[in-house]
Design a protein around this ligand. Structure first.
Ligand SMILES: [Zn+2]
Length: 127
């Protein structure tokens, strides 16, 4: 009979979007805004191997591009505001969206990497 797992199953999506440890779902994943903590404060998982690379930025570019471009075109076609409205509005929306999405998407990608045991060349293991 196999030993029961030491840590309960945690949804990688819930843990990642909440910026929590991908193994226990309780400890904080980040030490700063985007700096990944060295270890989980709750379960001690070594997070130094976690690397999401440019993945979160790519997803944010796609998400915000799919949202902002149609919204800008819709605003222009329906209201036709002066151009300064576009100049003032869309950078704020893009910057706010990027800063708001970056942390949860980085957490999500790290949690999904941990969940699927993904690593470069399959040579690394979190455990
Ligand atoms: Zn943990």
């Amino acid at each position: 009979m196999a030993d029961p797992p030491k840590h309960p199953a945690v949804s990688p999506i819930a843990a990642g979007l909440a910026c929590r440890c991908p193994r226990c779902g309780r400890g904080r994943l980040f030490d700063g805004y985007l700096t990944v903590a060295a270890r989980c404060g709750a379960c001690g998982l070594d997070l130094t191997k976690a690397d999401s690379g440019d993945g979160p930025a790519v997803f944010i570019i796609f998400i915000l591009g799919f949202l902002v471009v149609p919204l800008a075109l819709l605003l222009e076609s329906l209201v036709a505001p002066p151009y300064w409205v576009h100049v003032a509005l869309w950078p704020v929306v893009i910057l706010g969206g990027a800063l708001g999405l970056l942390r949860p998407l980085k957490g999500l990608l790290i949690a999904l990497q941990y969940h699927h045991k993904a690593s470069e060349g399959g040579a690394q293991s979190y455990d």
